[in-house]
Write a new protein. Structure first.
Length: 335
C-alpha cells in the first residue's frame, strides 16, 4: 500500500503530457491535453467516422477539463446531428459514476480509505479527479494506475449508436436490481408526461398514478412516515396546490419530472437525516431516473429508438450505457 500522499487546495504545477485524453478512431489515435486540446486532423477524421458509421474509443482519467466533453460531443454529432444535446445529461451521469468508482480504488490503494467499498467524502473524491492529491514525488494520484481510466466506446449497429462506459468495479446483484428499478421508474415518468400532454388530467384523476410512481422508491408506510418531516401540507393538499396541476387546470402543459424530482429530493433528505446515512453511502438516485426519462421522452416525442441498459459486470469492470438511433424503415415499391 502506498503512503505519504498530500492533499492540496490548488492544482500542482506540472506538465502531465503523458496522461491526456486518448481517442482511437479506426487506425488513428489522437491525444488531447491542456496544451493540446484539439487537432487539425480531428474534425475531418470524426466526420468520416460518423459518415461511415465506424467505431471509436475514448480513454481518460478525469473529465474535469472542458475539452473532454467537447470532443465527446463532436463525435456524437458526427454520428447523428445534434445528438449531443439530447444525451449530454445521460453521458455525464454515467461518466460521473465511473469516475467515482475509479477514485474509490485509488483512495483505497494509498490508504485514504480501508477498501474500495468504504465511503469517501465528495471533497476528497473531487480533489483526486482534479489532480490535487499527489504522491511524494509530486505525481497526482489520479495518474498512478493506467487501468483506472474511464473507457467509452461508440459503435454503430443496425442503425443505432451503442455507447458503453467502462470502469473498474464490482456491481453487486442487489445494486443492479435497484438501478433496474430506477430505469423503469424513469420510463414510467416519461410515459406519464406524454399522456398528460394530450389528456391534461387534474390531480384527483392522477392520484393513483403518482402514488404508484413513488412506490418505486418507498412503500406506502415509508412515504407516510417521511412525508410530514418534508412538507407542511398533507399528500393530497400538496399536489392539489402544486404549480404543475394548477397549470394543467388552466390548460397549460409542463413536464411533471421536475415536480417529481423535488418531492423525491425532499424525502431523501429526510430519510438521510432520520436514519443517519453516511455521506459516501448515500445517493439521491435521480441520475438513472433522469437518464431513462430522457431516452424514453426522446423516443416518444422525436421518433428516436433507444434504451438504457442495466449496468452489468464484465470481468473486473462495470459496463453501463445506452443505445440510441432511428427506427429502420422498410419501403416497398409496388408496380
Amino acid at each position: 500500500m502506498k503512503t505519504g500522499v498530500t492533499i492540496l487546495s490548488e492544482r500542482p504545477q506540472g506538465n502531465w503530457e503523458n496522461f491526456p485524453l486518448q481517442v482511437r478512431c479506426q487506425d488513428k489515435t489522437f491525444y488531447f491535453s491542456l496544451a493540446n486540446p484539439s487537432s487539425s486532423e480531428w474534425l475531418p477524421t470524426i466526420t468520416d467516422v460518423g459518415k461511415k458509421r465506424q467505431s471509436c474509443e475514448f480513454r481518460f482519467f478525469s473529465s474535469q477539463e472542458g475539452f473532454v466533453f467537447e470532443r465527446l460531443h463532436e463525435m456524437l454529432n458526427a454520428y447523428i446531428p445534434d445528438l449531443s444535446v439530447k444525451v449530454d445529461p445521460l453521458l455525464r451521469e454515467f461518466i460521473k459514476n465511473a469516475e467515482k468508482q475509479n477514485a474509490l480504488h485509488l483512495a483505497a490503494e494509498v490508504g485514504l480509505i480501508p477498501d474500495s467499498e468504504s465511503p469517501l467524502s465528495m471533497d476528497i473524491m473531487g480533489r483526486i479527479l482534479q489532480e490535487k492529491v499527489v504522491l511524494p514525488d509530486g505525481t497526482p494520484l489520479l495518474y498512478t494506475d493506467e487501468n483506472l481510466q474511464v473507457v467509452i466506446t461508440m459503435r454503430c449497429e443496425n442503425n443505432e449508436l451503442h455507447i458503453h462506459v467502462r470502469n473498474r468495479g464490482i456491481l453487486e446483484k442487489s445494486k443492479q436490481d435497484i438501478i433496474a428499478k430506477k430505469i423503469e421508474l424513469g420510463k414510467r415518468l416519461a410515459r406519464f408526461d406524454l399522456r398528460q400532454e394530450f389528456e391534461m388530467k387534474t390531480y384527483p384523476l392522477c392520484k393513483e398514478e403518482i402514488e404508484h410512481l413513488l412506490s418505486y422508491e418507498y412503500t406506502p408506510s415509508e412515504r407516510e412516515k417521511l412525508w410530514p418531516f418534508a412538507f407542511e401540507e398533507d399528500f393530497d393538499e400538496y399536489w392539489m396546490i402544486s404549480p404543475y396541476f394548477l397549470l394543467i387546470g388552466s390548460g397549460t402543459h409542463t413536464s411533471f419530472f421536475p415536480y417529481y424530482a423535488t418531492v423525491h429530493g425532499q424525502l431523501r433528505i429526510v430519510q438521510k437525516q432520520l436514519y443517519h446515512i453516511e455521506e459516501g453511502k448515500y445517493s439521491a438516485g435521480m441520475g438513472y431516473i433522469q437518464s431513462a426519462f430522457i431516452i424514453e421522452s426522446n423516443r416518444s416525442l422525436y421518433g428516436t429508438a433507444g434504451d438504457i441498459f442495466t449496468p452489468y459486470q464484465q470481468d473486473d469492470e462495470v459496463v453501463s450505457g445506452f443505445v440510441i438511433g432511428f427506427p429502420s424503415l422498410d419501403i416497398v415499391f409496388s408496380v
